[in-house]
Design a protein around this ligand. Structure first.
Ligand SMILES: C[S@@+](CC[C@H](N)C(=O)[O-])C[C@H]1O[C@@H](n2cnc3c(N)ncnc32)[C@H](O)[C@@H]1O
Length: 292
């Protein structure tokens, strides 16, 4: 079962990678890259790193030598992260070396080291020497955190006067063509994300706005831009992944029998549209870049 979950996480994170790459706001991204233009070496932290997508994407965007720290609490993803970094190096014909949880990738032009840390991002100040860090990043991480947890993390950023670039923060979705029941079941799905859990209530679609408000209160410079996934009729696998997430989430809610019946019919209508390649889906996100 654990191996199944590991494979699922690994495959899902790999599947979403090109959609993230396409959706990232390129104007904001270029502002981030320009912000660090003058530095010849960068120390970067990616929190909630999954299998290293953010690092893999930005290794090529930054022209400088880079020292990465990937903080991920799910230990099972470490093997897949190392494998992806190794594949990346092989594809580009870069040198690859690994010592325990640190990988070194070298080309003629630059040297990149990546250290994988298996821990919670809420412990960041105990994990990395933050005085040496130039930028903290996070991709698709904070919607599952409570207001208190987000505040705790933002305080770490602010106390250390760090720049922070959380991207692909979920804000909502629109199916095209639309269905009379879309709004009801999208609301239920968002509500499931925001259900009370052991750590509190996750902010879900409201997390991005909360992050912005916290940095505004700390008088940080803030830039934001939308980063929308555009899932086209031919992106069958992605459609199934997302519909599956909704089915699983709503399956955990105690829907009244009539609503449950409506939900099952709605899912079937979506599957019919997917299989006949007529379904489009837009998922709204916000990219945020803040500096002291
Ligand atoms: C949606 S995934 C995104 C992964 C990766 N950033 C990407 O773009 O592919 C969210 C990740 O955050 C991790 N995560 C959740 N809570 C965490 C925490 N408290 N500390 C570190 N990682 C956490 C999860 O294990 C998961 O890998």
């Amino acid at each position: 079962m654990i191996e199944e979950e590991e494979n699922f996480d690994r495959d899902w994170l790999q599947e979403r990678y090109p959609f993230d790459a396409e959706a990232r706001d390129k104007v904001l991204e270029s502002k981030v890259l320009t912000h660090f233009d003058e530095q010849s070496v960068l120390t970067l932290v990616d929190v909630g790193a999954g299998t290293g997508s953010n690092c893999l994407y930005f290794i090529e965007q930054f022209s400088q030598n880079q020292k990465w720290y990937l903080v991920e609490q799910n230990e099972a993803l470490q093997k897949a992260t190392i494998r992806r970094l190794k594949d990346f190096a092989a594809y580009h014909k870069y040198d690859f070396d690994r010592k325990k949880n640190t990988v070194t990738i070298k080309s003629i032009k630059k040297k990149v080291t990546v250290t994988i840390i298996n821990d919670s991002l809420l412990n960041l100040s105990d994990l990395v020497d933050l005085k040496k860090v130039d930028l903290v990043m996070a991709n698709a991480v904070f919607d599952l955190f409570s207001a208190k947890q987000i505040e705790q993390f933002v305080n770490i950023i602010v106390d250390n006067q760090l720049a922070f670039y959380p991207t692909l923060n979920y804000e909502g979705m629109v199916f095209l063509p639309s269905d009379p029941f879309d709004e009801v079941f999208i609301d239920q799905y968002n509500g499931h994300m925001e259900r009370p859990q052991a750590f509190g209530t996750a902010l879900g679609k409201n997390a991005s706005q909360y992050i912005v408000e916290l940095f505004e209160a700390k008088k940080y410079q803030i830039s934001t831009a939308e980063s929308t996934w555009r899932i086209e009729p031919d992106d069958i696998k992605m459609h199934y992944y997302l519909l599956n997430f909704m089915e699983n989430a709503l399956g955990e809610l105690d829907l009244a029998p009539a609503m449950q019946a409506n939900f099952e019919k709605w899912v079937q209508r979506k599957k019919d549209l997917i299989i006949t390649r007529q379904q489009r889906l837009e998922i709204g996100h916000l990219d945020i870049f803040v500096t002291p």
